[in-house]
Design a binder for this molecule. Sequence first.
Ligand SMILES: Cc1cc2nc3c(=O)[nH]c(=O)nc-3n(C[C@H](O)[C@H](O)[C@H](O)COP(=O)(O)OP(=O)(O)OC[C@H]3O[C@@H](n4cnc5c(N)ncnc54)[C@H](O)[C@@H]3O)c2cc1C
Length: 467
Amino acid sequence: MTSKHIVAIGGSDAGISAALRARELDPGSEVTVVVADAYPNFSICGIPYYVSGEVTHWTDLAHRTAEDLKATGMMVRTNTRATSIDVSGRRVALRKRDGRTELLSYDALIVGTGAVSTRPPITGLTGPGALGPHDGVHLLHSMGDTFQVMRSIEERQPAAAVVIGAGYIGLEMTEALTSRGIAVTQIEALPEVLPTVDPELGALVHDELKAHGVEVITGTTVSSVRAESPGGILQVKATGPEGTPILRAADLVLIVVGVKPDTALAVEAGARTGAKGAIEVDEKMRTSLPDVFAAGDCAVTHHRLLGTTWLPLGTTAHKQGRVAGENAVGGDRRFAGSLGTQVVKVFDLVAARTGLRDHEALSAGRGWMPMTSASRPDDHKVYYPGATPIDIRITGDRESGLLLGAQLVGRRSAEISKRVDLYATALFHEMKADAISDLDLSYTPPLGSPWDAVQVAAQSWVREQRP
Ligand SMILES: Cc1cc2nc3c(=O)[nH]c(=O)nc-3n(C[C@H](O)[C@H](O)[C@H](O)COP(=O)(O)OP(=O)(O)OC[C@H]3O[C@@H](n4cnc5c(N)ncnc54)[C@H](O)[C@@H]3O)c2cc1C
């Protein structure tokens, strides 16, 4: 490998992972990370736990401190925005916060511009005079957004909040606000919360929210948010399933309805886009532009079961960034592909999934005949105190017996996250559901069973496969 000047645009999971890998493999390389804000390498996944107060200081969310990053030999330029890429001249135009501009040359460039929050077309949230953080109305993606939420909490001392959206971030934020003593109403347009899992499992999350005093309103679309007076109480108007009008007053409104890839910089430079408008990359994270790589939420995701898709997740951003960094210094690494493995804690409940659900497998175009079975094994031997059931749904191909996906919901003590990882490993190695019973898994009564819950659920699927 020859020494080069590597430039990464974006200082979050993808950009920093790329920079770290480039420095690790080629310590002679010059690596510069350009970051639009002042918070390189912050764990934005931890934002809900700072808002809840469990993480006491925002600086604790840093994966690495400025000193740690400096020690790796990379140069991090904060408060510096990349404004354009000159592909043929291999230069990036930069604008610093004070307005000064500069051109930075590169041998290889990694675009890690991430994603931005989606702002839904709700009256009062778009167009001139749209409500914003000063009115107690917030989007949430960056550390900057987080500080604004915290300012609203301090200044407005909210008694009531409305969270629009019940995906995993919306759920985590509902828990965070509830734990601060704020009465939360969570409004979701789809029929059940956490729509990334089957509704039977989403219903368990719904019950957990209600058990903690959250008002959950599903199948309901918010149509407008307005302030009674400047900076005053917010009125959230929505329409329920049968057209029922719903009105809630709140001191704080959080809009967490998803993200979209931030691709403007790469697209203006001529990069092709793919799934959901994300930057097209091959498995080596190369864009359609010479010497330009992309990684993380701004780029498409290669999925081991679906082909090319878009799945914005921190775990994926780290892995893609690492591959891009390695290849930027002359390596030949491929991103092995995602399985969409994800997990969320909602109060004392944990919900996780990996691979495909029934309808996703059916529409994958791979000729699978998906079948999903449900079971409820205990997390450990029931005679040892504290045993709790885990709701597990396994999806497999009825014809071949191939495991296609798994979804789990259980109490926080039930190791849901590591159990879904076991299914993710089985999926990665293209195992059949039946073969899961052959795995030599650990056992002691306080922690498991001779047949672990993941095996019991797989056996239940196999029984249903062979009627
Ligand atoms: C509240 C919350 C909780 C989450 N929880 C989880 C979780 O539990 N598990 C999980 O897997 N994922 C989670 N995620 C998702 C995960 O955080 C993202 O997938 C991940 O951060 C994506 O990393 P990224 O580097 O691609 O982009 P981003 O994190 O979006 O970062 C983009 C970076 O690019 C910079 N940038 C953008 N444009 C420019 C420019 N023109 N010039 C210079 N810099 C620029 C930004 O300042 C930023 O540094 C969560 C996200 C949020 C918001």
